[in-house]
Write a protein that binds this ligand. Structure first.
Ligand code: OVV
Length: 401
């Protein structure tokens, strides 16, 4: 096929994946994008999209063809200036990425972070006990937000003051991967002071001596990183480490409230906790999308993508691809959900995933002990974001065990 024919015959969609309509209920749109082809041209933005599991996984695995250094949002850093200095791990390719990743791999490995378990468990116990006593509460404001906002910054070694800047910053970061739409502009309304506060917390002097943040600075002392690079990796902790788990925990509560028989099964079989969180990540992915940029012409299932083109990878659509999953639209805590794309895969696969699991498993362990039923007492209210999927409000009741 000549490239002209490829252009003429390529699947095209006029869909806007960053519109309120799409973000409020992405699943019918994911279906349409998967069915349109292995790659689909989104004419509204002049970008490619992939929504099938096979192509999303292959693109994430092939970092040489699908690079991150031009940004992992819609914006091409080679064509327009990024809103903040690029992340030296997320928005970097080898060899820079190899060096920064090695440091965070070490600090965040399951073996290294298991010392956090005791504190995470204790904080989960206190919080859940209080909510069971209260019975009715907001699953977002009273659980999904305060828990990660307490345990993760504590683990990093951040001082207590000013933490109210963390969620607004995450909101900026994750909306910034989309277009400059209303969501982006509203997130950026107070960008200056929020960004300044974040940066003030990224230096050695701001960090406790025994936390994950200072461990990054130990890599300066050993000659692996420069002082500035260490600060930038602390910024990555504060960018990626909070909203993701807030939305993940909120989606966990939502799934369990909406599927009472699944909750009953989990209560009777706490060994299912780990798999249940994986299933939440598959079924209601807190991180929906990331972009890559092509570094060469590439054939994707018979469709020709050019060099230097943005590719939108629908992690959440891959997670419900019927080519990969049986009953993909069914929430089932007993299924083998590993292989979902919510943590990505390949060299950029989520480096903090063991911390995320530790947080959610600490909460779920308390819930199975103390909560007989999780009931929705009102309509959940979504919080739209160009990258994340989750809730503003989740009115819940915990029926004590
Ligand atoms: C995975 C992720 C999300 C957002 C920000 C970053 C990483 C970062 O490195 O700044």
């Amino acid at each position: 096929m000549t490239s002209d024919q490829a252009t003429l015959t390529r699947p095209v969609s006029s869909i806007d994946p960053f519109s309120d309509d799409f973000l409020a209920d992405p699943y019918p749109h994911h279906h349409a994008l998967r069915e349109a082809g292995p790659a689909v041209w989104l004419e509204r933005y002049g970008i490619w999209a992939m929504a099938r599991h096979e192509q999303v996984r292959d693109a994430l695995t092939d970092w040489q063809t699908y690079c991150s250094g031009a940004g992992v949002g819609l914006s091409d850093f080679r064509k327009e200036p990024p809103w903040r200095p690029p992340s030296i791990i997320l928005e970097a390719d080898p060899p820079l990425h190899t060096k920064t990743r090695a440091v965070l791999n070490r600090i965040l490995s399951p073996g290294a972070i298991k010392v956090l378990r005791e504190t995470f468990d204790r904080e989960a116990e206190t919080l859940v006990a209080r909510l069971v006593e209260r019975r009715e509460f907001d699953g977002v404001a009273d659980l999904a937000e305060p828990y990660p906002l307490k345990v993760f910054p504590d683990a990093v070694g951040l001082s207590a003051d000013g933490r109210e800047n963390l969620l607004p910053y995450g909101n900026m970061v994750f909306n910034s991967f989309g277009p400059r739409n209303d969501l982006f502009n509203r997130a950026m309304a107070n960008a200056g002071p929020v960004r300044d506060w974040i940066m003030s917390k990224c230096s050695r002097v701001a960090l406790a001596p025994d936390g994950l943040g200072m461990q990054i600075f130990h890599a300066v002392d050993s000659g692996e990183l420069t002082e500035d690079e260490a600060g930038m990796l602390v910024r990555s902790f504060l960018s990626a480490g909070i909203d993701t788990t807030v939305y993940g925990l909120g989606n966990t509560l939502y799934c369990l409230a909406r599927h009472p028989r699944q909750w009953a099964n989990l209560r009777e079989n706490p060994a299912l906790i780990r798999g249940a969180f994986e299933e939440v990540l598959r079924f209601e992915a807190p991180v929906q999308t990331f972009f890559r940029t092509t570094t060469r012409d590439v054939d994707v299932g018979g469709i020709r993508l050019g060099d230097g083109e943005k590719v939108l990878l629908f992690l959440a659509a891959a997670n419900r691809d019927p080519r990969r999953w049986e009953n993909a639209d069914r929430f089932d805590v007993t299924r083998r959900a590993t292989g979902h794309m919510t943590f990505g895969t390949g060299i950029h696969g989520c480096v903090g995933q063991a911390v995320a699991r530790l947080e959610v498993e600490a909460i779920l362990s308390q819930l199975v002990k103390r909560v007989a039923a999780i009931e929705m007492t009102g309509e959940p209210q979504r919080r739209l974001n160009n990258t994340l999927r989750g809730f503003d409000h989740l009115p819940l009741r915990f029926v004590p065990a």
